[in-house]
Design a protein around this ligand. Structure first.
Ligand SMILES: C[S@@+](CC[C@H](N)C(=O)[O-])C[C@H]1O[C@@H](n2cnc3c(N)ncnc32)[C@H](O)[C@@H]1O
Length: 262
């Protein structure tokens, strides 16, 4: 029993909701309550999760809002790609928006959802089937793909690319809360030496493979240290190839980047 652990109101409510007892969690060290219940709420979806995927964070809902704003303003058919989907949170909430959207001008060509982890991708796939039983009859293509960044993604142009890739600098992982570093997958956290390694690789692959359409945008969640100044200093090629906009999250921490072709 973890006697020093004090359960929050949120944790108590989650335990009640799934008919679990407080001791069920208190006997599990620092295990996040979502891994015990097996569920997490993201926007208005109840996603099934396990320890092969990151627990989606509330900040990431803001990334979704930015994408939705862009999709609503775009006159082009949407060709969508997500890298590092984990539980599928971003893509499935975006699909939910698309299916409920009444604006008939908003057309969708394809949705491609990927992750390096086969186990994570199977969580995302199960969530699609559970939340959208009609998915076999979508009027657009909706596919899942195991891929190391863009390695297995067929050559084509997308106009909405989103990625919440691992972005924690390797050396700071040890100082994260135990509930994160001891229970969430390292593959979902470790972003390499400066935390930007995978993100920079992705942007390099997009440039080299010409994966972004002229009016397309890339939406990224990043670490608070990944500012425009940081990128200009360490990855000048990115600034040379893209117009980069930076935005804070609701806690006023630098958190999002939106890129488009120069
Ligand atoms: C921070 S988690 C984000 C999960 C989810 N998109 C979310 O917002 O909750 C990062 C995800 O990227 C995946 N990932 C790690 N390295 C990758 C790579 N080289 N290529 C593709 N995905 C990768 C991990 O498996 C993990 O699911």
């Amino acid at each position: 029993m973890n006697k020093s652990r004090k359960l929050s109101i949120y944790e108590r409510n989650q335990l009640l909701k799934y008919s679990l007892k407080e001791t069920d969690l208190l006997t599990k060290g620092d295990l996040p309550v979502e891994y015990l219940t097996g569920f997490v709420e993201f926007r208005n979806l109840e996603l099934k999760i396990n320890q092969n995927v990151l627990i989606p964070r509330v900040e990431t809902e803001e990334l979704l809002d930015l994408m939705i704003e862009f999709a609503k303003s775009s006159s082009e058919e949407i060709s969508y790609l997500e890298l590092g989907t984990g539980s599928g949170a971003i893509s499935l909430a975006f699909l939910d928006f698309l299916l409920k959207e009444k604006n008939k001008a908003l057309r969708v060509k394809q949705i491609l959802i990927s992750d390096l982890s086969t186990k994570a991708l199977s969580v995302a796939q199960d969530n699609l089937i559970r939340l959208f039983p009609q998915s076999k009859n979508f009027s657009f293509k909706c596919d899942f793909l195991v891929s190391d960044l863009l390695k297995n993604v067929p050559k084509q142009k997308f106009n909405l690319v989103v990625a919440n890739l691992p972005y924690i600098p390797t050396k700071t992982i040890a100082s994260l809360e135990a509930s994160v570093k001891d229970y969430e997958p390292t593959l979902a956290l470790d972003g390499g030496e400066d935390g930007f390694t995978l993100i920079a690789q992705l942007l390099e692959q997009i440039i080299l493979g010409d994966f972004l359409s002229l009016n397309g945008k890339i939406f990224l969640e990043v670490h608070e240290t990944h500012t425009l100044d940081f990128i200009a200093k360490n990855y000048p090629k990115i600034m040379y190839n893209f117009l980069v906009e930076e935005l804070p999250d609701q806690f006023d921490r630098h958190r999002f980047l939106i890129l488009q072709k120069r």
